[in-house]
Design a protein around this ligand. Structure first.
Ligand SMILES: [Zn+2]
Length: 251
């Protein structure tokens, strides 16, 4: 029963019995981990506020071969979520990011790129609903890309021709894009150059820069986001909703 240690982001927690919690962590070294934090609901718990969702902690836990839940020994606060997650707008957005992450990241499968991206998303300054919407879109696109299920929107899905800059295209059945020459059924959903641009820009920009660029394109962000959510629900088999207001702890 070796002691595992890793920088971790607290994603979510559930009350368990009278004094304990089950906490879901995204760890840098080991990927998604679920564990029991004994006594963490007591007022004088050794964990203090380290298990608040979206805190970053230095986590220590024991893994047991036959159990899905690890045993959390220690969590030292690296960065408190208090100042960033205190605003309902941010909290709701982070909770949504956490849900996507839980749905996509397999347990015990480390992903350094994804860890850094989640951190960068939590760092991004969001105040307005339009900024929150841009950050949600950014993460939706990235989680699909990292999952290997983001369609390639550089080429027509049928003739493979590369799209020209100002060209609109229609949406294919597999969320691919079909050029005007190949599309035989009019009335399909149209994807504008701006939508393509918003999708490609996630690859080049950090979350904060993406938000700055997308914040004035609210309509296109909302359209593209609804399309990404449709694809997410196809991949995970259920829809994942962004709720406007959430409480810090599920009880
Ligand atoms: Zn074509």
């Amino acid at each position: 029963m070796p002691l595992c240690e890793s920088e971790s982001i607290v994603l979510k927690s559930y009350n368990l019995a009278e004094a304990d919690r089950i906490v879901v962590f995204f760890t840098r070294e080991f990927g998604m981990i679920r564990g029991v934090a004994k006594g963490s609901r007591r007022t004088k718990s050794k964990f203090g506020s380290a298990l608040e969702p979206f805190s970053e902690v230095s986590l220590e836990y024991f893994e047991k071969d036959d159990r899905e839940l690890v045993s959390i020994q220690n969590a030292d606060l690296i960065r408190s979520a208090f100042s960033t997650a205190a605003k309902p707008e941010r909290l709701a957005t982070y909770a949504y990011v956490a849900e996507l992450l839980i749905a996509f990241a397999p347990p015990h499968d480390p992903n350094e790129t994804l860890y850094r991206m989640v951190r960068a998303c939590l760092d991004a300054d969001i105040h307005k609903p339009a900024e929150s919407a841009a950050l949600r879109l950014y993460f939706e696109i990235w989680i699909l890309r990292l999952g290997g299920v983001l369609p390639d929107w550089t080429n027509c899905g049928v003739c493979k021709r590369t799209f020209r800059d100002p060209e609109s295209a229609s949406l294919g059945a597999g969320f691919d894009l079909i050029c005007g020459d190949c599309s035989r059924s009019p009335g399909k959903e149209m994807i504008a150059p701006l939508h393509r641009h918003l999708l490609f820009a996630t690859k080049k920009l950090a979350p904060a820069d993406y938000i700055a660029e997308a914040v004035d394109q609210a309509a296109a962000v909302s359209e593209l986001s609804s399309l990404m959510r449709r694809q997410i629900s196809v991949v995970v088999g259920r829809s994942i909703e962004h709720h406007q207001f959430v409480s810090t702890f599920d009880s």
